[in-house]
Write a protein that binds this ligand. Structure first.
Ligand code: FMN
Length: 216
């Protein structure tokens, strides 16, 4: 079974990369280059992230945008940080409302990530929401939702960094995350899933079971 064998070895080789150090170490020493925006964009895209849609409302109008520059800041009190380009219309809406919702997208919500990453007069078309205690639109079907109040803001380059208190939150454990990596959307494979696949592959190759073929 040559195909099965090569798949097995490529998975095994990935696990061994850290052991093959000498050539890699030498190569890595020459790899760091002065960062410009092109190099930075290419390089930061290797930092895999979750995907969120930030929603807010002001003057009776809902606004929203796809964002990955969201991170936890403090556990006690619960706080997070959001970075938004000042040119995005959603920036104006968040600044005015001083509050926003972080909707963490689940794997089936890739179309929403695309819908909210393009300027549009009707970003919420076909999107199911309910209204939070602060009067903000919350997207349903997400992995998690955080309702936030802005407590401080500062500027970094083209973006505003919003620092916010998390006022309310909900997580839905049975849903799986949507990820973003190297300019593409993806799915999460937990390490133990990977290991399980490798074990099945090994057994299948030595003729113990054909489970792996049924999974593929
Ligand atoms: C996966 C992904 C992540 C993004 N993350 C951010 C982000 O963190 N901050 C930001 O300002 N724009 C981000 N964007 C770009 C905005 O979604 C895009 O500029 C959008 O049009 C802004 O909406 P608006 O123009 O209606 O305000 C991201 C886009 C994608 C596809």
């Amino acid at each position: 079974m040559p195909q099965l064998g090569s798949a097995l070895h490529s998975m095994a080789d990935e696990r061994l990369t850290v052991e093959i150090v000498d050539d890699d170490k030498q190569r890595e020493k020459n790899e760091m280059k002065t960062a410009d925006s092109t190099l930075f964009r290419r390089t930061i895209s290797r930092f895999a992230s979750g995907v969120t849609v930030i929603t807010t409302s002001h003057g009776g109008t809902n606004q929203g945008m796809t964002a990955s520059a969201v991170t936890a800041l403090s556990l006690n009190p619960p706080m997070l940080v959001l970075c938004v380009n000042r040119e995005a219309p959603t920036h104006e809406a968040i600044s005015t409302a001083d509050s926003f919702v972080v909707n963490v997208l689940s794997k089936s919500q890739e179309p929403l990530a695309r819908q909210f990453s393009r300027p549009s007069d009707d970003k919420f078309a076909g999107v199911e929401t309910y209204t939070s205690a602060l009067g903000l639109p919350v997207i349903t079907g997400c992995l998690a939702n955080f309702e936030c109040s802005v407590t401080a803001r500062t500027t970094g380059g083209t973006h505003t960094i919003f620092i916010a208190d998390v006022r309310a939150a909900a997580a839905y454990d049975e849903r799986k995350p949507l990820l973003y990596y190297a300019g593409r959307f993806g799915r999460l494979v937990l390490a133990e899933d990977d290991l399980r696949d490798l074990n099945r592959l090994e057994k299948a190759e030595s003729g113990w079971t054909s489970d792996w073929f049924r999974m593929a």
